[in-house]
Design a protein around this ligand. Sequence first.
Ligand SMILES: N[C@@H](CCC(=O)O)C(=O)O
Length: 281
Amino acid sequence: MNNGLDHRLLATRPAPIGIFDSGVGGLTVLREIYRQLPNESVLYFGDTARLPYGSRSPEEILYFVRQILTWMAEQGVKMVIMACNTSSALALDPVQGEFPFPVLGLIRPGAQAAALQGRRIGVIATQATVTSRAYTHAIQEINPTCQVWEVGCPNFVPIVEQNQIKDVQAQRVAATYLQPLIAANIDTLVYGCTHYPHLAPVLKPILPATMQYVDPAISMVAAAAKELDALGLRSSTPAWSTEFYVSGSAPEFKRLAVQWLGHQPTVRQVRLPELVANPKG
Ligand SMILES: N[C@@H](CCC(=O)O)C(=O)O
């Protein structure tokens, strides 16, 4: 990638990896970064004032992503990992090469892992991701013999963001969404939204014990590690603690995130830069 920036020069000063999601879904990706890239410092942005992304138009999502990447560029990130499938499905290709750092998405790594593991693949995702058919196209490009069923699960993100995972209503909603995938006799389930691994304790009991699960974050972070090495950007010094930023309420994010982080994070509210082409006018 030629974007006018010498990545080897950047490697001499500690710079964080930027990751973003609409809300707490990105914490499932952050967990994977902690596991695979323990020396990397992370700057996390949750666009909580504008979630859910899954019911937004492709134009809105692209605009939000450009705003976030512009802000992250100002923060001096060395790489951005989209911790959001909806953004990866709808905005990764257009923004590639627009910023002076690599930007990675979840769809291709997730599709690769799915095509390697299964033949009858179910994808649960936001409505926007399902409508884009990004997973079906990516999986079948890798292995045209794979069959793919995509199901939009619009109620899952509110359940996670409103901390209702343990409510019986969550089980009912999950059973309804998974029913067509069980009927299709899938052998592999892809968490096509980063919020959904938080729902694993609800989903797994509903599905056959033989089901294989794909969390695209695992292969995406592995790909990020390779890219950092290739660019000479891998950190060799210990990470500083993750900085969390949100567009909505900082105390609310803090209250919700603590159950997955295991500690009270410091969360700050930020205002993203307005860009010239705003789809809302
Ligand atoms: N974390 C979500 C975004 C969910 C939403 O805001 O609808 C994703 O990966 O697609």
